[in-house]
Design a protein around this ligand. Sequence first.
Ligand code: FES
Length: 174
Amino acid sequence: MKNDSRRGFMGKAFGAVAAVGAIGSFVAMKKSWDPLPSVKAAGFTTLDMSVYKENKLVTEKWRGKPIFILKKTAEMVAKQTEEQKARDIVIGDAHFMVSIGLCTHLGCIPAYKESDEAFKCACHGGEFDFSGEVTKVPPPRALDIPPFRIDGNTLVLGEVGPEYTAMKETGITL
Ligand code: FES
């Protein structure tokens, strides 16, 4: 009798632990089902642009390529040249530098240095400013801008909107 109730208690305790474990693994599984903040499907990457912080580089992915997203500070916006401004993607009041994160020299991934507000490529010393313009060769051109379409507060990479078409036509990106 004593043994039975002990077994019953142990059984319940074990069952409770197993249940907690099952909930834990369900939560873990659910996390892996949930879409990432950026939803990637069929060659498109949809980004919620409200999540980015000023002067903090975030590297997203589009078709296997790194995509740099840099929300500019008010100071950056105020001091930038017309050429830098022409590369901005403007969503509401926010100005963004969005580019393919591959050096236009030989394809290394440049690192962003917040204190310098600049990208530095470790491979051959190339540098880009916070808009992606070349400030130090050998890169032959600015960082490339991926096709994009602005949709409210989101940016759809892989779709062509009027702002991207204008950038192509004016030679701001290839
Ligand atoms: S690959 Fe960046 S400078 Fe050569």
